[in-house]
Ligand binder design. Structure first.
Ligand code: FES
Length: 115
């Protein structure tokens, strides 16, 4: 694992998310009320950019395309794609899959992601 500096602590307000390039990929960095977290930015359903999604209370991100919800802290699926209703027909091809998560550290006001 290699540590990558992605931003300053003040760049992401509490309740916010931003996407950054790090280690040859794009990661989402979330600022929750108990600290910073990072996951892959591509939704595991059909690859939408999660940083364009909606933050949901309790530490979840909702994908902007088909409303899959993920637990930001663990990457686990909370609710798989369900919008529009017909998207469920794809579920035999696109089974539930958790997000990869990455350790985040903050030092001297700078945020690092380990990839
Ligand atoms: S691309 Fe994210 S829910 Fe479909």
């Amino acid at each position: 694992m290699v540590r990558h500096r992605v931003c300053d602590e003040g760049d992401i307000p509490v309740g916010g998310v931003r996407a950054y390039k790090a280690g040859g990929q794009t990661v989402a960095v979330f600022h929750l009320d108990d600290g910073f977290y990072s996951t892959q930015n591509d939704c595991t359903h059909l690859f939408a950019s999660l940083h364009k999604g909606k933050m949901v209370k309790g530490g979840q991100i909702e994908c902007p395309h088909h409303r899959t919800r993920f637990d930001i802290r663990t990457g686990k699926v909370v609710c798989w794609a369900n919008h529009p209703p017909g998207v469920k027909l794809l579920n035999f091809l696109r089974a539930k899959k958790a997000l990869r998560t990455y350790p985040v550290t903050v030092e001297a006001g700078q945020v690092f992601v380990e990839i």
